[in-house]
Ligand binder design. Structure first.
Ligand code: SF4
Length: 407
């Protein structure tokens, strides 16, 4: 995979060495067992795959290049570059300004932009409507377009479905920038609908089988369906794509469920004309991170710490997998750890900051912690979290000796 130039302060030599050692011993990434770092009274289980993905590194490289190449120009990002506050803050400190917030609310009026400005499209991509808006200002989007190729792949699959007269069912979070962009692109090719979970797939089945009314469909999927076609009459042919960072098991469950819906309606011999058997459109990083998390959870541990931006979809899914098995704390930096007993963490289900007392086990000879992060989290942050926790345990093995032991 391509190597990108990203600022050194997002890299950790400690974490990079561990990743490199695993890569050398398992170049085809077949082994998703974690790496055990045994510091003595505290041990860390580090995921086989975590941290910056291809799309994030590509976006970071292009954004910092834009800053470097255009010192005298106004540089705008459509919205957050990636879902990590540290990276976004750093770009803002370098003078980059965000045009919209993550929900698509305008922060800077389009009229402020001129044709001499620079615009960066984030890794999530953007909608056709916004791309049109940018063009109308006289700006081009090509030079610093950091749309991830794995997101573009979803758009291609959607277009193909549209061309073959299938209605595109997008499994995703309708407020997420990527899903808004995917909906816009797929809507241009064919009727499209966003569903968020299995419960909504079950409701959709009722509509397809004629057991729920059109009114209910429009109420439940308000602002999440194509308005430029009679979508209800087009539900006789459907195909599923997904936001690249969804939970793999959930996406598979939804796809299997809707396939079964079409079998119920049209029979096992005919369903293929009504259900496009697309493979999921999750990206490699989502798959690898989730598999690595499953690998982590096969080991015994006292707690899990998942590091990443609180609006990061892929990170919340890693936390979701972990919390099924053990106490899990989703934090965005080492600053969330106040001391040995108090930690601030994020409840992504209810979008609330929480405080946890006594998050580390007491009176245990050896504490074992699962430590991992999402695809938009710099390794330096994970390293800082590790260092902070090590401070609470005296007489631990040095990091140099740990690395020497792994070699
Ligand atoms: S998580 Fe996947 S789709 Fe998103 S930027 Fe990374 S590689 Fe691309």
């Amino acid at each position: 995979m391509k190597n990108f130039e990203i600022p050194a302060y997002y890299k950790s030599s400690f974490i990079s060495t561990i990743k490199e050692l695993r890569k050398v011993s398992d170049p085809r990434k077949k082994d998703f067992t974690p790496t055990l770092l045994d510091f003595g009274s505290v041990q860390f289980l580090i995921a086989r795959h975590f941290g910056f993905c291809y799309g994030v590194e590509n976006a970071i490289e292009k954004a910092y290049t834009a800053v470097e190449e255009n010192p005298k120009k106004n540089i705008y990002l459509l919205s957050q570059m990636i879902h990590n506050p540290i990276v976004n803050d750093d770009l803002e400190n370098k003078g980059v300004r965000f045009i919209m917030d993550t929900s698509g609310n305008q922060i800077i009026d389009w009229r402020e932009l001129t044709r001499d400005d620079i615009i960066i499209i984030p890794a999530f991509g953007t909608t056709l409507e916004i791309a049109e808006k940018i063009k109308s200002v006289g700006l081009t989007t090509e030079e610093y377009n950091t749309t991830c190729p794995f997101v573009e792949k979803v758009w291609k699959v959607s277009n193909k479905l549209g061309e073959n007269n299938f209605t595109i069912v997008i499994h995703g979070k309708h407020n997420h920038e990527e899903t808004r962009a995917t909906f816009s692109h797929s809507n241009a090719g064919g009727p499209s609908l966003i569903i968020k979970d299995l419960k909504e797939a079950q409701f959709l089945e009722q509509v397809i089988l004629g057991k729920e009314s059109e009114e209910e469909f429009y109420r439940v999927f308000k602002n999440r369906y194509s308005k430029n076609s009679d979508i209800i009459s087009r539900l006789d042919k459907i195909g599923v794509v997904n936001q690249t960072t969804m939970l793999a098991t959930e996406t598979q469950e939804i796809s299997d469920f809707l396939k079964n819906t079409m079998i119920k309606k049209y029979g096992v011999d005919n369903y293929k004309q009504h259900f496009a058997d697309t493979r999921d459109t999750l990206c490699y990083a989502t798959n690898d991170n989730q598999q690595a998390t499953i690998g982590l959870l096969k080991e015994k541990a006292d707690l899990a710490i998942v590091v990443g931006g609180y609006n990061s979809s892929n990170t919340s899914h890693i936390a979701e997998l972990c919390e099924e098995r053990l106490p899990t704390y989703f934090i965005n930096s080492a600053n969330a750890i106040e001391n040995k007993t108090t930690l601030n963490h994020f409840d992504f289900h209810n979008k609330k900051n929480l405080i946890k007392e006594n998050y580390l086990p007491v009176n245990k000879k050896i504490t074992r912690i699962i430590l991992t992060s999402g695809a938009s989290c710099p390794d330096t942050i994970v390293d800082e979290v590790l260092d902070k926790i090590l401070e609470f345990y005296p007489d631990t093995t040095s990091k140099e000796d740990i690395l020497a032991g792994l070699n």
